[in-house]
Write a protein that binds this ligand. Structure first.
Ligand code: HEC
Length: 170
């Protein structure tokens, strides 16, 4: 694993994600009816903004959204990015996740680690989560190794931000 060329890593991540999805069996019951929670989510800022929030904001401002779209393919195996839930996804929709309370998509069964985290997903919190989910919230059920490059995480977050601003497809 350590000798994989960086250029291959995203493709490999996608392959792993797809494999996980393929083995994951049917989605949990009730997920199909889960409405998007973005409108209902509290808009409060995270009170204890992390010290590097400004750094994350600067990275996102400089991010390549088109690269984020490609990188998001890794996430798309498990996550929708539209308000209406797509069937067959084993993760909650990420439409409107920025500013949303962690673990708050109705009908999705979260791990206790996420449900009880008390986090509101700011860009800075998502950045830390994506660096290594298993370290950020131990015991969570997102089977994903993480995104190493800070610029790549910023590009993914910028893409989520852009897509979340779009209205539902006709
Ligand atoms: C293998 C499937 C899988 C992949 C790949 C994956 N996720 Fe997840 N994700 C999940 C699951 C399952 C959860 C719910 C975790 C829990 O409850 O512990 C989750 C939770 C999340 C949450 C918290 C959502 C909430 O409502 O609180 C965010 C944010 C997130 N993922 C972002 C991403 C991003 C961005 C990527 C791509 C870089 C990604 N995930 C890749 C399965 C995945």
């Amino acid at each position: 694993m350590r000798q994989i060329k960086p250029a291959l890593a995203p493709a490999l991540g996608l392959a792993i994600a797809l494999a996980v999805t393929a083995c994951g069996g049917p989605p949990p019951a009730g997920q199909a009816e889960a409405p998007a929670a973005d409108a209902a989510a509290p808009a409060a800022e995270a009170p204890a903004a992390s010290a590097d929030a400004g750094d994350v904001a600067a990275r996102i401002a400089a991010a390549d959204v088109n690269k984020g779209k490609v990188l998001f393919l890794q996430c798309r195996a498990c996550h929708s990015l539209v308000p209406e839930t797509e069937s067959g996804k084993i993760g909650p929709t990420l439409h409107g996740v920025i500013g949303r309370a962690a673990g708050s998509v109705p009908g999705f069964t979260y791990s206790e680690a996420v449900a009880n985290s008390g986090i509101t997903w700011s860009a800075a919190e998502i950045d830390k989560w994506l660096e290594r989910p298993s370290d950020f919230l131990p015991g969570n059920k997102m089977v994903f190794v993480g995104v190493q490059a800070p610029a790549d995480r910023a590009a993914i977050i910028a893409f989520i931000q852009q897509e979340s601003a779009k209205p539902a497809a006709p």
